[in-house]
Structure formats: C-alpha cells, structure tokens
Design a protein around this ligand. Structure first.
Ligand code: P6P
Length: 339
C-alpha cells in the first residue's frame, strides 16, 4: 500500500526508521533501515509460526538436543534461529550472526554478499512458554563490524554495550509488538497481520522514575546473597509493590518499561553470574532501558560498561526505573560494607 494512502497516523516501521537518521551517514541510514526491515520480516515469520504451532504436527516440543547453554532445545528455538539466518544470508547487510542457539557465530558464506554489521540475537527467549501458549520474545542488537579479520572466536564482539548502534525486541503476545531504539528514543510498533506491517504505537517511551512492579523468581530466594533477600523482605513489608513474573524475560521487561518497577535476575550460589546472557539478552535491553530514561546494572556496575570474556557470558541483571534499581543497589552496597 503506498505510504500516502495510509491515514496520517499510520506510520510504518520502515518510514519511522528513515525518520530517525540524524546521527548516521546516508549509507549507514540505508543499511540500518534495511536491517530493521529484515528483522521485521523475521518477526512476522516467527509470529505466524507461533500462532499456528499448536496446529502443526511436530512444531512444538523438544528436538532432543541441548544447546551451548546446556538447555534442551525446543523446535521453535531452531526454527526461529534459522529464520533470522535465512532473512539475512543474501541481504548483503551483515558479515555474521551471533545467537544464543549457536556456539560460534554464523559467518555469511563466501558466495554471498558480505555486510559491515553483526546481528546478535536471542531468537526465541522464554521458549518454555511456547508449549503453553504464553508470551515469548526475540531480542536483538546491531553492532558495527570492526577490522577485517573474521576471527571465528569473534573476539571483536567482546566489547562493552555502548558499541551497540541499535537494539530491540519483539514480544509475541496477544498482539506482536516490536520495540526498538537507534539511539534516539525508544519506539513501539504493533503488527497489523492484515497489512503485514508494523504500525507505530508509541514514540519516545520513557519509564516512570518509580513503579509498583518487582519481577523476580522468588523460588531462588535461598540461593541469593543476603542483600537480595533483605531487599525482597523490604518490598514484602512496604505497601505499593506488586509481584509479576512470567518466566519470559521479554514480557517481564516490557511490563516494567511500560508501568515502571524493576526486573531482577540476581546471581545465585550455584550461578554467581546469574542466568541471563550479556551480549544478546541483557545488553540490548540495557541499551533500550537507558534510552527510556531507566537504569540497568549488574548490582554493582552499569550493565553497558561490562566487557564479556566470552560470547555467551552471563551477568546478574537489575533493570528498570532509576529509583527502584538504585534501591536494590543500595541494599547490595550496604551488605558489602557490612561483610
Ligand atoms: P528462571 C527463559 O529461559 C529465560 O532465559 C528468560 O526469558 C527468563 O527471564 C529466565 O530465563 C527465567 O529463568 O530461572 O526464573 O526460570
């Protein structure tokens, strides 16, 4: 449908991305716009599959494999991972894709056009929710390729989160929402399946400085440092807090972004680094949260300052409204002083 025939406020993702470019050169704007369109295509393909997975023999359940995370792989994980590869392989936009589902990045083959960007992504986050029809998400970040040697260990990706030039997620819920930032504001789009277009829903989303929601798996209570237990006992005792936790990061993050509050995935005594992966889960969300005037921390450091030692590095994550993240940080700092 030609743009002019859409009503005034029906801004598509493609048009919105092109309006974003004051901080990029024309060539970069062209590339990033094309990359965002590829991501939108992947989102549509995954959204369609998710809505019909229960009707398609063999689309649900497990593959029987375990991934680099030691987690059992869902068929949907494999499908979504391959969708991102297939929409980028011939695009000439990226040189490689780094995914939660792949031990090493996938390098674009020699006989395909090579681009100057890397896509880092978690194709389906929260896939344990797929078989019970609850929300899941995809998370992505775009980084510029630096240097020419394509080191299979991808050491040039082991850099802090301020190297991200764009980040976002897709939330597959009652509707499919794409939220992204190119560094200037955070914007959300709703997929109109009848048009096959992501339509602008909200521009320049900012998170309240404080919110009522705290989102954490309290089943880990006795695995945490005492500082986190003290924080949880504090919110239990004080009015105005409510617990919400879906077991899928993207949905929990989106609720916090829209309503305010804090999402916590602390380290545990079994996994002191926590569970969430830095490069394609926490760092993209931290990029968004800071652009939405919120805060993202490991509990003691700014999340975007963290330099990973390996591709699938994990960190604890405290992310959300400034006041709420800083309250958790104050419990951690007090505890460290007393230790
Ligand atoms: P737990 C899903 O497996 C995931 O990676 C995130 O989407 C989610 O926030 C977290 O793990 C849930 O982990 O330990 O609470 O089940």
């Amino acid at each position: 449908i030609p743009e002019y025939s859409l009503d005034r406020d029906c801004t598509t993702l493609s048009r919105h991305v092109l309006q974003q470019f004051s901080t990029f050169t024309a060539a970069e704007a062209q590339d990033i716009s094309a990359i965002m369109n590829r991501i939108a295509l992947a989102a549509k393909l995954i959204s369609r599959r998710l809505s019909r997975a229960g009707l398609m023999a063999g689309a649900l359940g497990f593959t029987g494999e375990t991934n680099v995370q030691g987690e059992s792989v869902k068929k949907m994980d494999v499908y979504a991972n391959e969708v991102f590869i297939s929409v980028f392989k011939q695009s000439g936009l990226v040189c490689r894709l780094a995914s939660e589902e792949m031990e090493q990045p996938y390098y674009i083959p020699e006989n395909c056009p090579i681009g100057r960007y890397t896509l880092l992504y978690d194709p389906i986050d929260g896939s344990s929710n797929v078989d019970i029809n609850l929300n899941v998400g995809s998370i992505f970040a775009i980084r510029q390729q630096e240097g020419d040697d394509f080191d299979p260990q991808a050491k040039d990706l082991l850099q802090h989160g301020d190297k991200q030039i764009a980040a976002g997620y897709i939330l597959y819920g009652p509707s499919t929402i794409l939220v992204y930032s190119l560094g200037k504001g955070v914007h959300s789009f709703i997929l109109d399946p009848s048009l096959g277009e992501f339509i602008l829903a909200e521009e320049n989303i900012t998170i309240p400085q404080h919110g009522p929601v705290y989102s954490v798996n309290e089943g880990n209570y006795w695995q945490w440092e005492e500082s986190i237990r003290e924080y949880i006992r504090y919110v239990h005792r004080h009015d105005g807090y409510t617990a919400r936790y879906s077991g899928a990061l993207v949905g929990d993050f989106h609720r916090i972004l829209m309503q305010g509050g804090v999402f916590l995935y602390p380290g545990t005594n079994k996994n002191p680094e926590g569970k969430l992966r830095l490069l394609y889960e926490s760092a993209p969300l931290a990029f968004l949260m800071e652009k939405a005037n919120g805060k993202a921390s490991t509990g003691t450091e700014r999340l975007l300052d963290i330099v990973p030692k390996k591709l699938h590095a994990r960190t604890p994550l405290f992310i959300g409204s400034k006041e709420d993240v800083e309250l958790v940080e104050s419990f951690i700092a007090d505890w460290m002083r007393r230790k």
